[in-house]
Design a protein around this ligand. Structure first.
Ligand SMILES: [Zn+2]
Length: 493
């Protein structure tokens, strides 16, 4: 049995078949950049990561695209509230998001387009829709004529009659019909704008993804993913616009990531009801391990199901991860295995709509057997298999902790500090840390947390002395090694 995916469009699990042989295009609706990324955003990115990893494992050549909606109503609202330019707001939040993704070892997408970089394609697409009679202009706004598209509501399972009962035209809107949605919005005073055939304005949210997916994936619009809250209206509108413009099928498979809930409610920045990824990482040891713990925690639930966020379950994930890690740390220089144990069970789980909890079950079973087995060869075989599967599921290897690279960073930083500062810092460091740590060292890898703490300590000391330049330099160098660093006091936008 090959890969099967649950397709929201047909409400059933279907065999996966790409449009172009051996090549798969995956598009993910990414962050709208008005706020800091929370666990819900990272979970959606993790769904893309797992799909891409598994497709590549199956031998497909994958192109993946994750967009940033850097211009829309909410971002403009944020600009007006904060007085900061929308580009700066976008830049800050995108950077934080990318750092959090890096900590969780989330595969980089092939492209990360921003809506503001694709205005030309967006205008072209709106023009086609106007020419074909699917859209109309009114006082500088352009709307999509929902009733002109006969399949509207298929994805979200809604009928026009159901939709019309709740629809209203807001006082500032110039629509013909309450169901219609904006493709292009005339600029109000003090809003960012671009020139278009309909005057100064900016794109609506939905059209951005239709234009960017087509631009980057062309004939390979195979899998479209995003949070389940995007099914309606965002994804419904994407399909309507794209099919109306091209007359062809848009994406074939629509996959939706379940919410992360908190006290039963969806985690959302609009309500202030959320955990940042940095909030949860800071309690879990140094970064490479923390990323693995959070990855395990999220993968213990299949992507489609909701997760109720809880500290207890996160703690359980930490223990579970330590059990694997302790077992694996008994082995050095494991060879990559061509034929891992229990491969059929693992493959069957992943091919069954990316059932990661089942796949993790295979790993835990192997680890349990490994603990009980006496035969050294057998134990090695088990460890190699576990290593193989951890790799497939995107866990960072323990050996990847960049201890040696941090040593380079430390040397570099020390060279930049004056002599008397160095000796003062070292005395403080020695008193605070080294005495506690030395007794815990078993091998070279155990120096990693010491080295990291040493650098973080120096950074905080320098910040306290208002030497922000040097403190930021240390932070930058550590971040480059794939480690998420938080300053103690976080400056909010
Ligand atoms: Zn989108």
């Amino acid at each position: 049995m090959g890969l099967r995916l649950y397709n929201t469009l047909h409400k059933k699990t279907e065999d996966f078949k790409p449009k172009v042989k051996n090549t798969v295009g995956v598009y993910t609706c990414g962050l709208t950049v008005q706020g800091r990324p929370h666990v819900g955003h990272i979970r959606a990115a993790l769904t893309r990561d797992i799909i891409v990893r598994w497709l590549e494992h199956l031998g497909y050549h994958v192109t993946s695209v994750e967009n940033f909606t850097d211009i829309d109503d909410k971002v403009i609202e944020k600009q007006q509230e904060s007085g900061k330019d929308w580009r700066m707001i976008a830049g800050t939040h995108i950077k934080e998001y990318m750092e959090a993704c890096n900590t969780l070892n989330i595969t980089e997408a092939s492209f990360y387009p921003r809506a503001s970089q694709h205005i030309e394609e967006i205008i072209e697409l709106v023009k086609v829709l106007v020419d074909k009679g699917y859209a109309y202009e009114n006082e500088g706004d352009v709307y999509f004529r929902v009733r002109a598209y006969k399949d509207y509501g298929k994805l979200s399972n809604k009928t026009i009659d159901e939709l019309i009962s709740g629809a209203r035209i807001a006082p500032h809107e110039t629509k013909e019909d309450p169901l219609d949605f904006a493709l292009w919005k005339a600029a109000k005073p003090d809003e960012p704008y671009w020139f278009s055939p309909w005057g100064k304005g900016r794109p609506g949210w939905h059209i951005e993804c239709s234009a960017m997916s087509k631009y980057h994936l062309r004939e390979s619009c195979d899998i479209h993913t995003g949070g389940e809250d995007l099914i309606f209206p965002h994804h419904e509108n994407e399909i309507a616009q794209s099919v109306a413009a091209t007359g062809k099928e848009f994406f074939r498979y629509w996959l939706h990531t379940g919410w992360v809930t908190l006290g039963g409610e969806k985690m959302a920045k609009s309500t202030g009801h959320y955990f940042l990824i940095s909030d949860i990482l800071k309690d879990y040891d140094y970064a490479p391990n923390a990323g693995n713990v959070v990855r395990l925690y999220l993968l213990k639930t299949q992507y489609r199901n909701q997760i109720e966020f809880s500290k207890e379950r996160l703690d359980e994930a930490k223990s579970a991860y330590s059990r694997i890690d302790d077992f694996m740390s008994q082995f050095h220089d494991l060879e990559r295995t061509e034929k891992p144990l229990r491969e059929d069970a693992f493959t069957e789980a992943m091919n069954d709509d990316l059932n990661t909890p089942k796949a993790l079950g295979v790993i835990f079973d192997l680890v349990s057997t490994g603990y009980e087995t006496k035969d050294e060869n057998e134990r090695k075989k088990i460890a190699s298999s576990v290593k193989h599967y951890l790799n497939v599921l995107g866990f960072r290897e323990k050996a990847e902790r960049p201890f040696k690279e941090l040593t380079d960073v430390l040397e570099d930083v020390l060279q930049k500090l004056p002599e008397e500062k160095k000796s003062r810092l070292f005395t403080a460091v020695a008193k605070t840390f080294l005495a506690n740590f030395v007794s815990n060292i078993r091998d070279e890898q155990d120096f990693f947390p010491i080295m990291l703490n040493l650098l973080l300590f120096m950074k905080d000391e320098l910040r306290r002395e208002k030497n922000y330049e040097m403190a930021d330099y240390i932070k930058k160098r550590i971040t480059e090694k794939g480690i998420l660093v938080q300053d103690k006091k976080i400056e909010h936008l």
